[in-house]
Design a protein. Structure first.
Length: 424
């Protein structure tokens, strides 16, 4: 059967040629053939020159999603090769990595496919019709490349409906224990891939968590603690200090989920970390992870709504050396953006107020509708209203296993900033 073909309009913006991996219905001039949803279709320009091949789905606003810029046959072998290349890229950039994102959708030229590796377990999320009809190819390739203990599907996300797909979650084949202890930056982190948020863990902040390392010490000396010639630290009154973490930071980790930031803070020498999450289950998980890594005595856990908690702490004049804010995506779509910005501003404003003069605010947003520029504007407004001056230490994005395609801002969603906070 001949492959169908779409001719794109002559006067469209050349988005596809600039690296954007989707075609919208408004860009199409004519359609040749009788393609079914999920079929491969050739994309050509107005003059008939071949541009790419992609998945066709007439029910979706993303009517075509680019799979390849070559004219090769899109078959099971091509899928195998693409997944293998994606894994090789991770092994190259992150040597010895055992848990990470293996396939990051469009940015790995596998539109609508997410694969995360949790040690010997794989978690798959299928978000496009083109991938859905090729499920078998995906699972066969994953079994051949990784020989996993098990594969779990987490396609229980509402965006699937935009592709005309039902939500779905469960074991791909035989059931297995879905608890996995993954290794990250030398820590052990227990997650449940069947139950956690997204696919169970957020690998995209791996390098950002590691960036906390230099921040966690140097606080005791700032508070006037001195080290005597024999190595004994003493406070301003000359009293001996017994706590081995006397120089560590006091940290508030908001939206802690698995507690991954808390674990890194402790690993890098924090004196005390307060973990906050609205979900009791998340708090239990974070506590379990503190125990697993031997950090329980340096941590405390609070199940509460961050919006209320932060405001109360400000009212009670509580302060920390470091405040970490890693909220969920408040803006799930463009319409929700204004409300989301108000939410981000509120937690950042209160969070800044809780930082001691000269302390640190670590703040993130994983909502791609909130661009980096809008994120910075939001922070400026929060700083203005909180009477603070912020000085940047580092601005970071997602980790190396979450590639970003130039020309596709949708793949560049994570903002992560570390600021010193000064009173004004
Ligand atoms: N920092 C985490 C990821 C955060 S995910 C990590 O490294 O793993 C977002 C978390 O925010 C979820 O655990 C969710 O339960 C929590 N959350 C959502 N709304 C909240 C609110 N209003 N107050 C406190 N926690 C909230």
């Amino acid at each position: 059967m001949a492959v169908s073909k779409v001719f794109l309009k002559q006067n469209r913006k050349k988005r596809l040629e600039q690296g954007h991996p989707w075609v919208y219905p408004s860009e199409i001039e004519t359609l040749e053939g009788d393609p079914q949803g999920g079929d491969i279709i050739h994309i050509v320009n107005h003059a008939g020159h071949f541009l790419a091949q992609g998945f066709y789905n007439p029910r979706s606003q993303l009517i075509i999603r680019v799979v390849t810029y070559s004219e090769v046959e899109v078959d099971e072998t091509l899928f195998f090769d693409k997944i293998e290349q994606a894994w090789q890229r991770r092994q190259w950039l992150l040597p010895k990595i055992t848990s990470c994102r293996i396939v990051h959708g469009e940015a790995d030229f596998l539109p609508g496919l997410i694969v995360d590796k949790y040690e010997d377990v794989l978690v798959v999320q299928i978000l496009s019709l083109g991938m859905e009809v090729r499920r078998r190819w995906i699972f066969e390739a994953l079994k051949r490349i990784f020989n996993p203990r098990g594969i779990y599907e987490r396609s229980d996300v509402s965006v699937r409906r935009l592709e005309g797909l039902e939500e779905r979650a469960g074991f791909v084949e035989e059931p297995f224990d879905t608890h996995v202890t993954l290794r990250e930056n030398g820590l052990s982190i227990l997650v449940d891939v069947a139950d956690g948020q997204k696919t169970g863990y957020f690998f995209d902040q791996r390098e950002n968590r590691a960036a906390l390392k230099p921040l966690m010490t140097g606080w005791g000396t700032r508070r006037g603690i001195q080290v005597q010639a024999d190595g004994q630290p003493i406070d301003k009154k000359g009293k001996e200090i017994r706590n081995p973490f006397w120089d560590g930071a006091e940290v508030l980790d908001c939206f802690s989920h698995t507690g991954s930031f808390m674990l890194h803070a402790c690993l890098y020498g924090a004196k005390k970390v307060t973990c906050l999450d609205v979900s009791e289950k998340a708090i239990e998980m974070a506590k379990g992870n503190a125990l697993l890594n031997g950090f329980l005595h340096r941590t405390e856990f609070i199940a509460a709504n961050a919006f209320d908690f932060l405001r109360e702490q400000v009212k009670d004049k509580k302060t920390w050396d470091i405040v970490i804010l890693d909220p969920p995506a408040f803006a799930k779509n463009r319409q929700a953006l204004q409300g989301a910005i108000r939410g981000y501003k509120e937690i950042n404003l209160q969070g800044m107020k809780l930082v001691r003069n000269g302390g640190i605010l670590v703040t993130a947003s994983c909502s791609y509708h909130l661009s980096a520029a809008l994120f910075l504007t939001m922070l400026q407004e929060a700083a203005r209203d909180a009477h603070k001056v912020l000085r940047l230490i580092e601005f970071r994005r997602a980790g190396l296993d979450h590639p970003v395609l130039l020309g596709s801002e949708e793949t560049d969603y994570l903002k992560f900033a570390i600021y010193e906070v000064f009173d004004r």
